[in-house]
Design a protein around this ligand. Sequence first.
Ligand code: UT7
Length: 375
Amino acid sequence: MSIYAHITGWGIAVPEKKLTNNDLMQMVETSDEWIVSRTGIHERRIAGANESTATLASKAALQALSNAGLSPVEVDLIIVASSTPEYIFPATACLVQDHIGATNAGAFDLSAACTGFIYALSMAASQIRTGAIKSALVIGSETLSRFVNWEDRETCILFGDGAGAFVLQASEAPGGVLTSALHSDGSGAKSLMLPAGGSRQPTTMETVRQGMHYIQMNGREIFRFATRVMAKATEKVVDQAGLKIEDVNLIIPHQANQRIIEAAARGLKLPTERFMVNLDHYGNTSTASIPLATYEAVEQGRLQPGDYIVLVGFGAGLTWGALLAQWSGPLSKTQRRVRHFGTLNRARALFRQVTRRIEGMIWGREEKEKPKSRK
Ligand code: UT7
């Protein structure tokens, strides 16, 4: 008996604040014409003061759970793919777990830059297909605006904030995530990086002064690399699944640049209409871009149960990869609104914090007493 990992729920969260190309023209020397013709981007979303990678991720997760008709307590695993996690540690996934009340889930973050959502989906699907777990939440969430140098016109025009989430569930019915291909080439690490703040270059006055906590990118290099790998990775997963490119109903690429997507379409000899594109209004949201585009494809009626889709992406690392899935829709036809017990979850978290403090006081006293008794 085979177990399949179906995509049964999808949700998104985007900040309300929009930053248009005209707004950017007030900040750096650029023009709407340059940005649109070189990237296809018109506007992007920027997180507000009360929004963060974890809050956006939690919101997207709850919507995905609602669509799947699954309660947070039924989730076995949460993976958050992010290039801009809440902290170096703990994992953003743990904060999401606590916030949504997924009390039975394991949780970890995955770092594979803009390819992160594909990596995370592949990992979660493998766990389901081995029978180790029955359900998973896979989230891509970013607040890139907090790491962008707003004086660097080559990068600040590209990136935006947002989150997208998928629910994966086990079923014996064939379908869901069928195959994936994951790749990396660390020799290109310097092409796109955030140099300081890690163990290699801990934060100092000097790293801050030199702007080393901002995204640094060799745009041309990334562009060339992306146009090389997108079509190849897509062909690989189609081949692995025993299909032909014509069988694929929709390709959902990482939303980095309209010209990169057009190059991939040329490489695959497909019309661009077979690609889902929504970067014009969200920009490049890294790990969130593929689930954001998928959500919109569903909203536009471009995905029907049984359709074959390819998700394909590239990013820092360098990483790249593709994943082929057969679109399922919710397993249970009755969508149920998943109630979010925000107050209850906060009360539970507070109760656990107080319990830990009391435990600390009790154990701490015993620890202090021990050396005395040994004398
Ligand atoms: O998730 C992965 C994230 N990264 C990417 O996907 C980046 C991939 N790369 C790209 O999308 C493109 O390389 C960019 C959009 C970043 C740049 O487009 P390009 O066509 O490769 O431009 P370029 O780097 O060759 O620059 C052409 C000119 C340069 O001026 P000179 O040297 O020819 O005088 C730049 O200084 O355009 C200039 N330029 C700008 N001009 C107006 C660079 N950024 C801007 C700007 N506005 N924002």
